[in-house]
Design a protein around this ligand. Sequence first.
Ligand code: HSE
Length: 306
Amino acid sequence: MKKVKLRVPATVANLVCGFDILGTAIHEPYDEMEVNILDNPEIIIKHTDNFGLPEEPSNNVAGVVLMKIQEHLNLKNGFEIIINKKIKPGSGLGSSAASAAGAAVGANVLLGNILTKEELVHFAMFGEELASGVRHADNVAPCIFGGITLVKSSNPVDIIPLNSPDLFVTAVHPQVEVKTSDARQILKKNILLKDAIQQWGNIAGLVAGIQKNDFGLIGRSLHDVIIEPVRSILIPKFDEIKQKSLEIGALGGGISGSGPSIFMLSEKEEISQKIAKMMKSVYDEIGIESFVYVSKINPYGIQIID
Ligand code: HSE
């Protein structure tokens, strides 16, 4: 096999209370990637989208992942990778994770699947480090494993794939810029024990709710007393959108990754679509362009399409 084409989905990291440890793959939006294996050690990156991302391998999220894999396996082969990015960089929907995870999975398929999923997560995190300065796995893990994942540890990599409940995800991406590196820098370095107790109660409740398909428990657990109060200030209309989503019938939701996207979980598609309409109109009213996506939790993650 000389070439592989992949569909690489967006991901929602944190799932409100699980900062850096929980995430889910969704169906829309997704990137398309083609990976070719070369007989020489060159790494070539090409974008067919218009985002103007760097194509120099050492400065490209997919490029650094391929370089690390090449180095680790002492490969004489190189790779050409053609990326058609539809997950907008800086959206909070795992755009850099998609490039990083797609590069790792594509290379591995062409190498005869010699690396484990945990190893792929390990290499993909180098892409995240280039993009945000931190090697977090909560986007790349669900992208690679599919569904909802728990990052029990990122060093060493220990990923627990969770159940994929039958839920709808509505995500809105308002066209404002929030860089992950900035959204991390503003976080408090110390937290109060009383807040930590609430937070780990919610995380445990959320994981139990996901495993038991207990939507009431999932809804009761989607609260974040540590990150959201600080970051939500960067996102216009965050409180209004959250409040209105709950009134429409969402189980809960919050900031997608480091923002500015906001996501909501719902049991029924009808509710999810109503929330999408409301989100769009809230941003239309204040003249902020936005893109809205409705999809189910994506149990597959990255898929080979050719
Ligand atoms: N867990 C990371 C953060 C996700 O919230 O900074 C970034 O997409």
